[in-house]
Design a protein around this ligand. Structure first.
Ligand SMILES: [Zn+2]
Length: 467
């Protein structure tokens, strides 16, 4: 009896008093976020009543709320109990300034869209100011759908970087190389000089990762492709490129290079663990082995591939070969037309299922992974972002579960993939800084961006003789 009492006393001390007394004063940190924490870590840990502690721009601890509350004191609490807390979504491929061309001319072939509408529209309208307003509008739209990091390819990318930084978003931002005069740089030498300065300017920035972005093998010569790769490697920057995105690209490569787009890029020394390849639709088994060996990241864009009838990327096979496959919106003009990554999560699963005629082809857990940790791997940023784990950047989102489409919830991954909407995202933090709180944007003047988009609608239409 005596023994039992002392054992009880030890238990009481350990459970109730030790956390309060034994560990001394609480550690201080900046913010604690409480809620159902879906970490997306290696074992897919979920804390039903969990918490994330943030200090500076990083995550200090993740775990059960009671444990965390006993250890840390913070100046700010975000009480998201009854809601989901997730790592921010990663949009692995887009062209954000093109928001201002949204819906300009749809339901035409890619070739017609590019040559009859977009290239003339870009030549007449794209300047630094256009790019800034397009990026602001896109930042508002992306934050609202829970995107915290995006990879972009466009012109005047330094202006995209400045606006992205102001919006507090994380970006892998690629200045586009193309073998004809672009809206910003009229020659390859000018593109190289601009991009070298761009890489130097943003080197070491916590939010902005500057990159060269050779557009594709069908718009860039071998020399352009190799020059951009060399420039990227000089500055340890990533390389963003469209790869095997249409049947014509494969056919032309077989004819002109005697091999597939992936094998051609490998032969000329472009592929490596710093390459982010958008699309990867027309790839065979050998291509997949090469992509895996070279540790190239791929980005799947289901809306774009369907809207342009480009084809169906063999996502199941590519992932099975050991290649990291993230998700992207592409577009937003002509090939989507929005920046809603939650839609891509849903469509990635459904497109794989219908193309394989099997509901087992790609499941909810996998596609939520592609939008988070696997997307981070595809951008070669998995040490920094993609999951809620100690030491990673504090990029997290809170999703409400209070709307009719959110209840009941039997499986959290299925809910995220198939039932929840971008409009359910209510709070977004990037690098420890709140950029949206309870649906209110804090870093972008959304009203001004919307008003400006309406002005551009008139001037762009007029420039093409449409109105
Ligand atoms: Zn694209």
């Amino acid at each position: 009896m005596k023994n039992r009492n002392s054992w009880l006393l030890v238990c009481i001390f350990q459970v109730f008093l030790f956390p309060l007394l034994g560990q001394g004063p609480k550690e201080s940190a900046d913010t604690i976020v409480t809620g159902m924490v879906v970490t997306m870590d290696g074992s897919r840990s979920i804390y039903d009543d969990g918490a994330v502690v943030v200090a500076g721009d990083s995550i200090l601890a993740v775990g059960p709320r009671a444990e965390i509350a006993a250890r840390y004191k913070t100046r700010q609490t975000i009480d998201a109990r009854g809601k989901l807390v997730l790592p921010g979504f990663i949009n692995g491929h887009t062209h954000v300034p093109m928001t201002l061309f949204r819906g300009l001319h749809d339901d035409v072939t890619l070739n017609d869209w590019l040559h009859k509408y977009i290239f003339p529209a870009e030549a007449k309208n794209v300047n630094e100011e256009f790019v800034r307003w397009g990026t602001r509008l896109a930042a508002a739209e992306q934050i609202r759908s829970g995107i915290t990091t995006f990879a972009d390819m466009y012109y005047f990318e330094d202006a995209v970087a400045e606006e992205t930084k102001k919006a507090g978003m994380r970006g892998v931002l690629g200045e586009t190389f193309i073998d004809f005069p672009a809206p910003d740089n009229k020659s390859n030498a000018a593109m190289l000089a601009y991009t070298e300065k761009f890489l130097q300017k943003w080197h070491g920035d916590p939010l902005i990762h500057a990159a060269p972005a050779p557009h594709s093998i069908y718009t860039c010569s071998q020399k352009t492709l190799q020059d951009t790769a060399a420039l990227a490697r000089k500055y340890h920057a990533p390389i963003l490129i469209h790869v095997a995105e249409m049947k014509k690209e494969l056919d032309d490569s077989l004819k002109n290079n005697g091999t597939t787009p992936v094998q051609y890029l490998d032969q000329i020394g472009v592929l490596g663990p710093d390459v982010v390849a958008a699309h990867c639709i027309y790839i065979d088994e050998t291509d997949r082995k090469i992509l895996a060996q070279r540790q190239v990241g791929c980005v799947h864009n289901p809306s774009s591939n369907m809207m342009l009838a480009s084809g169906v990327a063999p996502v199941t096979e590519t992932r099975a070969a050991g290649v990291a496959v993230g998700l992207g919106t592409d577009g937003p003009a002509g090939s989507n037309n929005d920046l809603d990554l939650m839609e891509e999560i849903d469509l990635a699963a459904k497109l794989a299922k219908i193309s394989k005629m099997s509901p087992l082809a790609l499941n909810a857990n996998a596609v939520v992974g592609m939008a988070t940790i696997e997307g981070a791997r595809a951008l070669h940023m998995e040490k920094e972002i993609g999951s809620l784990e100690k030491g990673k950047k504090a990029d997290l989102i809170v999703i409400s579960l209070d709307e009719p489409n959110a209840v009941p919830m039997y499986d959290v991954y299925a809910q995220i993939a198939y039932a929840l909407k971008a409009s359910d995202v209510e709070t977004v933090m990037i690098g420890g800084r709140l950029v949206m709180k309870d649906h209110k944007l804090l870093t972008v003047d959304e009203e001004a961006a919307i008003a400006k988009a309406r002005e551009y609608e008139k001037s762009v239409a007029a420039s093409l003789g449409m109105k």
